[in-house]
Design a protein around this ligand. Structure first.
Ligand code: BJ8
Length: 419
């Protein structure tokens, strides 16, 4: 990474503490990613993004802000990026996947909540995340209790807008979400001074749809046996999607897919077990489960998570000539995401069964971040259905620390032997 000290100082970061993080990441990335054999050439771009994760992209955001642009941070795939783009703002995903931020997070949050929430709070409070420091506003949502209450704390540190996500999928809930999107449109207009027009919204929808299509293409390629790309690399692409410039991300992902299409022509069986991961999201740099599984001669071929299929499945229709119609289209697409915060959430069970078939998986790993109750409770339902379908299932409940790595490895090893 280049020398960005001055920029980080201007962003009011804790430079000393941040240096510790910057020292650890390249080693972790090198050990997990660069040791993989025969990686696609096009992954070099994504390697570069990680190498420059707190540098080049932040520099771009700063340049953009100098010209009057606004940067908005998000934490959930329900927040409609289309609206952010329609006001000519930049959206960045702020979910945090490193143990490094937990200690600071626990200064303001109880220990017994989900690591994702503790990590993002710690990243802000400890002044060690340049993305947070670049944001003019963050957008929260009422999904789980941990997030819902964390916004009140975050509000003491920076402007926060919270979207109230309904927790059921009745007709009136679709209407409620439509209203929430309209309120969000107003808030974004206020923040940026830019009016949302039918044209700008259609443009935002188009960019998001093309991004979804690029990711879908990548995932479709993983349906081949063997997959032409490791689960680790595919996960990295998904993680980068949350903070990269969308147009550049689309181009780079399409280039990767072109290369993978060529690879598919020469694929030879590798005998690896094909695994689906389902559950809670894996924010950068959380590569823990993937590195364990793929270190054991198995391949992860699909993630039914928000850093996987939930992020890109289904497009927003551009049919309509008014903002109201386009907002309705957005509400429909977003309310189709099957997060465990909904009750009931039958759609997720159907998705898992569908993907198990489409990706031809040998087994499923249920990945549950510690203290995420909605996903932990939903496990039983999924277990029952997978048992009926004779699909092997393993539940892993874990956080970001390395303490349980050995234990998880032993369990995954036994699972792979069994399937
Ligand atoms: S749509 S999964 S991104 S809420 S923060 S719910 S892990 S306890 S992230 Fe999520 Fe939106 Fe749902 Fe997806 Fe559990 Fe942790 Fe809450 Fe979490």
């Amino acid at each position: 990474m280049g020398d960005y000290k001055k920029m980080w100082q201007n962003l009011n970061m804790d430079i000393e503490k941040h240096d510790i993080l910057c020292e650890a990441l390249p080693e972790q990335f090198g050990d997990i990613y660069l040791t993989q054999e025969n990686r696609p050439e096009a992954m070099n771009y994504f390697n570069y993004v990680v190498a420059e994760i707190h540098g080049a992209r932040i520099m771009e955001l700063e340049e953009y802000k100098k010209e009057g642009g606004k940067v908005v941070g998000t934490f959930c795939v329900f927040v409609p990026d289309e609206v952010i783009l329609a006001t000519n703002a930049v959206g960045v995903g702020l979910c945090s996947g490193s143990q490094f931020w937990i200690e600071d997070g626990e200064k303001v949050l109880p220990r017994n909540i989900c690591p994702l929430v503790k990590a993002f709070a710690g990243a802000k409070i400890g002044l060690t995340c340049p993305y947070f420091q670049s944001c003019d506003m963050i957008v929260g949502e009422t999904t789980c209790d941990a997030k819902k209450k964390a916004w009140e704390i975050m509000d003491e540190y920076m402007p926060v807008h919270v979207m109230e996500l309904p927790q059921m999928k009745r007709e009136k809930n679709y209407k409620q979400w439509e209203d929430e999107i309209k309120i969000f449109v107003n808030r974004m207009e206020e923040l940026t001074g830019n009016k949302v027009t039918v044209e700008s919204l259609k443009k935002g929808i188009d960019i998001c749809n093309r991004k979804r299509r690029a990711l879908k293409r990548l995932y479709d390629l993983r349906k081949n046996t063997p997959s032409p790309i490791s689960g680790l690399d595919a996960l990295l692409v998904s993680q980068v999607a949350f903070s990269d410039d969308p147009e550049r991300f689309i181009t780079k992902t399409e280039e990767l897919c072109d290369e993978l299409e060529e690879r598919v022509k020469e694929l030879k069986p590798n005998g690896k077990k094909r695994i689906m991961v389902t559950g809670t999201p894996m924010a950068l740099p959380n590569w823990k489960l993937h590195s364990i599984v793929e270190g054991l001669n198995a391949e992860i071929v699909v993630e039914e998570t928000c850093t996987g299929t939930r992020y890109f499945e289904n497009e927003v229709s551009t049919d309509g000539d008014t903002i109201d119609e386009l907002v309705r289209n957005m509400a429909e697409r977003y309310m189709d995401i099957n997060c465990a915060c909904f009750t009931p959430n039958e759609g997720r069970v159907e998705d898992i069964i569908k993907y198990a078939d489409e990706y031809n998986v040998d087994g499923v790993i249920y990945y549950n971040l510690s203290f995420c109750h909605t996903y932990a409770i939903e496990y039983e339902k999924i277990e029952k259905v997978l048992k009926e379908k004779d699909i092997p299932l393993l539940k892993i409940e874990t956080d970001y620390s390395e303490e349980d790595t050995g234990q998880i490895k032993t369990r995954v090893e036994a699972f792979l032997e069994m399937i």
